[in-house]
Design a protein around this ligand. Structure first.
Ligand SMILES: [Zn+2]
Length: 501
């Protein structure tokens, strides 16, 4: 299937400038749908969350979900957009089995949010992404194809329709053409969508899970000969469902288009499908122009006219954008650039923050999340945030260490137990007798026994070869089942041997 001729990426970059266009759909997490009171809960019995409005039955009257408008405005503000004083919904007319109305209620020439921009960083270089608009619309239902090996429509025996998703509120965020990114284009696209995901998650208006489809990206790209100002023909790669795939799909399209242009061909304006397994795109339908949709203002809905007071109130609720927040946290926590970058890459920032808020020092919080817990998450094939342990519990483990009740080695056992669901850290230490032996006489007994067992080593230490003490410390720790403070053991051994002189 992957028959496309590809040009080497660097060669394409010598000849052409890639121009990006990114359309991101975000499913809002409102309790009810955009224009009716049906539930939006994910995973319900097919067609159990429908009503005359979202099924588009004749005569049904839609009503705008105020919470969805609020979420849309907050997203717009976070993208530095202007918010319309007054705007309308529009009907986007087309037929598709997953949309019973034969039109999608969307916005056309009067978007709620427009003219924004965000700055993102790739390899210490800042790129400004111009945002054309962020508008409100509704999701369509879902077709389920049966009888084909791929689950796609090709070769299917029949298809089933589930309208539970029909009418779920969506925000579509559209960039203007993004130019001047050069060879960084694929990574800039990825960084931009990462920024949107983190920012929208911080706003709390969507769970932005790409793999579940609550964040979807269509990535457009075209190539412009170097030195030209005329945009080339673009293709749109649909529904790329991971951040990594965005960069990979764009890179593929750039190499494919480069090969076509270099041999004097023309790129067809079309949608392309990304195939994750073979890492290639294939042609979909040829792309419609806006006029094909016969847009017109939606007559059944009143215009949306958010008051300036309301918009200002909402503006006050916008959190720092992820880039600024990271910079602020790095400063507050005293992390190095590298430490912060690692924490971001591991998606550990929120977890470290929760741990610090629960009373842990920043360095200890980072230490546990970035080593012990990362190791556990990798071993179990989970994301860090999927581990069954909270920031507060990590802080409690560190508190036990700080109190001298356990050492780092025992702390690892405590983490194991917490992750296994055995309860709170302090209770685990108590119930399993993991607390270090503070009783000096018990320690002294172990030290004396180890010295008696190792007369040669003891003699060396007496002769001044203090580095030999390590072997004895290990033996004492063994006798104490690891429940002793190594520094204290060392002190005791040296004391004992000196006294013996
Ligand atoms: Zn409904």
């Amino acid at each position: 299937m992957s028959m496309d001729e590809l040009m080497d990426f660097d060669e394409v970059m010598d000849l052409y400038e890639p121009v990006l266009g990114l359309e991101v759909h975000v499913e809002l997490n409102t309790a009810s749908k955009m224009f009716c009171s049906c539930s939006t809960a994910f995973g319900a019995e097919p067609n159990s969350q429908t009503c005359p409005v979202c099924l588009g039955l004749p005569g049904a009257l839609p009503v705008v979900n105020a919470k969805a408008v609020e979420s849309a405005i907050r997203i717009g503000l976070a993208l530095n957009c202007s918010i319309a004083d007054w705007c309308r919904f529009a009907r986007k007319n087309y037929f598709y089995p997953d949309m019973t109305k034969n039109f999608q209620t969307s916005q056309y020439d009067e978007p709620l949010c427009f003219d924004g921009s965000v700055d993102i960083e790739v390899d210490q270089q800042t790129y400004t992404i111009p945002i054309e608009r962020a508008h409100m619309e509704e999701d369509a239902g879902k077709s389920v194809h049966r009888g084909s090996s791929t689950g796609r429509i090709t070769g299917a025996a029949y298809s089933l329709m589930d309208y539970n998703r029909a009418g779920v509120p969506l925000i579509e965020i559209v960039t203007r053409p993004v130019m001047g990114t050069g060879a960084a284009a694929p990574e800039v696209a990825r960084a931009y969508v990462t920024f949107l995901r983190d920012m929208i998650r911080a706003l709390g208006v969507s769970d932005v899970r790409m793999e579940q489809g609550s964040l979807r990206c269509d990535a457009n790209v075209s190539l412009m000969p170097k030195g030209s100002t005329t945009l080339g023909t673009r293709t749109e790669t649909k529904n790329v469902n991971s951040l990594r795939s965005i960069a990979k799909a764009l890179r593929y399209e750039i190499c494919r288009q480069g090969a076509i242009l270099a041999r004097g061909g023309t790129v067809t304006q079309e949608t392309r499908h990304w195939h994750e397994d073979g890492a290639y795109t294939s042609a979909g339908r040829s792309k419609e122009q806006a006029e094909d949709y016969r847009y017109f203002p939606e007559p059944d809905l009143v215009p949306v006219a958010p008051s300036r007071t309301w918009v200002d109130e909402l503006r006050a609720t916008i959190p720092l954008n992820p880039t600024m927040r990271r910079a602020a946290l790095r400063e507050a926590w005293g992390f190095t650039e590298n430490q912060m970058r690692d924490a971001v890459a591991a998606q550990a920032v929120d977890l470290i923050e929760a741990t610090i808020e629960a009373g842990c020092s920043p360095q200890a919080a980072a230490k546990w999340w970035m080593t012990e817990l990362t190791r556990r998450a990798n071993a179990d094939g989970l994301g860090l945030d999927e581990l069954p342990i909270t920031g507060a519990q990590v802080a409690q483990v560190q508190e036990l260490v700080d109190e001298g009740l356990i050492n780092d080695k025992v702390a690892r056992q405590v983490f194991e137990a917490v992750l296994a669901g055995d309860g709170a850290p302090r209770a685990i230490v108590e119930s399993r007798g993991l607390a270090m032996v503070a009783d000096t006489s018990a320690l002294q007994e172990a030290v004396d026994a180890v010295i008696a067992d190792n007369p040669d080593v003891a003699a060396k230490i007496r002769d001044g070869k203090v580095q030999a003490v390590g072997a004895l410390i290990g033996a004492v720790m063994g006798r104490m089942s690891g429940k002793a403070d190594a520094a204290k053991v060392r002190e005791l051994i040296l004391e004992t041997l000196t006294e013996g002189n």
